[in-house]
Design a protein. Structure first.
Length: 134
């Protein structure tokens, strides 16, 4: 029975979130609302706070804003550096969503990609596994 209240339909025909949308939401939930810091075995680190990021590599660091977008059904970080003239970079995200055992820390893998309207293509850099700092 109709309750007499009109509701706006979602983006999918059924009104339900798509699986890709849920994946991007899960990535956002993993990052959380506060500061989130992650480190890799090769000396890289990335931290997130609100919509800002800092990516530190042996060659230097970048700061800027980020977005989580869905391309081809997969979650992708778009990093837009604050540096004048710098181009955005895109990283395919794979993150733990399973419950963690005691003492276990969450991991997230970032793979640099190029992006088209419907797909991602590997950019040639190997994937980097980041572990959440405790």
């Amino acid at each position: 029975d109709w309750d007499g209240v009109y509701r706006k339909m979602g983006t999918s025909a059924s009104g339900q979130d798509t699986e890709a949308g849920l994946t991007a939401k899960k990535v956002q939930m993993i990052l959380g609302s506060g500061r989130s810091e992650w480190v890799s075995n090769d000396g890289q680190s990335v931290s997130f706070q609100e919509r800002s990021y800092t990516l530190t590599r042996p060659a230097g660091s970048d700061t800027g804003t980020f977005a989580i977008i869905t391309v081809g059904g997969k979650p992708v970080f778009q990093f837009k550096p604050d540096r004048s003239g710098a181009k955005s970079s895109f990283y395919l995200v794979d993150a733990d969503t399973k419950p963690l055992a005691a003492g276990e820390r969450q991991s997230m893998t970032l793979t640099e990609v190029t992006v088209t309207m419907t797909a991602t293509n590997l950019a040639g850099s190997p994937p980097v596994v980041f572990i959440r700092k405790s």
